[in-house]
Design a protein around this ligand. Structure first.
Ligand SMILES: Nc1ncnc2c1ncn2[C@@H]1O[C@H](COP(=O)(O)OP(=O)(O)O)[C@@H](O)[C@H]1O
Ligand SMILES: [Mg+2]
Length: 139
């Protein structure tokens, strides 16, 4: 079984990593793939500067997620994706990697808003080629 966890550096996404690790261990042999999408919009003024910042942020998100997985005794593959839409990139990675399940946080960097389900999570549920587990937190 191959499990994909999209991470943005938020505590919500790290909780999704923990849940995915528990599943991976229960479903052994399983592969865990972590992906962070660095948003890049080339036509933006200041685009290059923003792209570098986004890439650095995505790298940090991946490093944090890998550390959480290691703490759970699970080794993970990491994919840094770059594109204008996190949803499109996540769905593409799921297709390319022949993923069986996506485990995603219900919220992300926007944090606690009135919405109980972030737009990235919601659209991944809609467009994913495979099953999606949305990990919710008690708040
Ligand atoms: N740029 C991104 N790259 C990879 N995963 C992401 C990205 N943005 C969000 N996610 C995933 O989607 C989950 C929900 O985030 P999101 O829907 O963007 O909520 P919010 O609106 O609170 O930011 C995150 O916990 C993470 O698992
Ligand atoms: Mg977000």
């Amino acid at each position: 079984m191959k499990i994909l966890v999209p991470v943005d550096g938020s505590a919500y996404s790290l909780k999704a990593v923990e849940t995915a690790c528990d599943l991976a261990k229960a479903q052994a042999p399983a592969t865990l793939v972590l992906t962070a999408v660095a948003i890049q919009i080339p036509e933006l003024e200041e685009g290059v500067y923003i792209a570098e910042k986004m890439k650095a942020q995505a790298e940090i998100a991946l490093a944090k997620a890998k550390e959480v997985a290691q703490g759970k005794g699970v080794t993970a593959e990491m994919i840094l994706a770059i594109g204008a839409s996190p949803v499109d990139e996540i769905v593409q990675v799921a297709r390319d990697q022949l993923v069986d399940l996506i485990v995603i946080g219900s919220r992300g960097l926007a944090g606690k808003t009135r919405s109980f389900l972030g737009s990235t999570a919601s659209q991944v549920v809609t467009y994913s080629p495979c099953s999606v587990l949305v990990v919710k937190t008690q708040d």
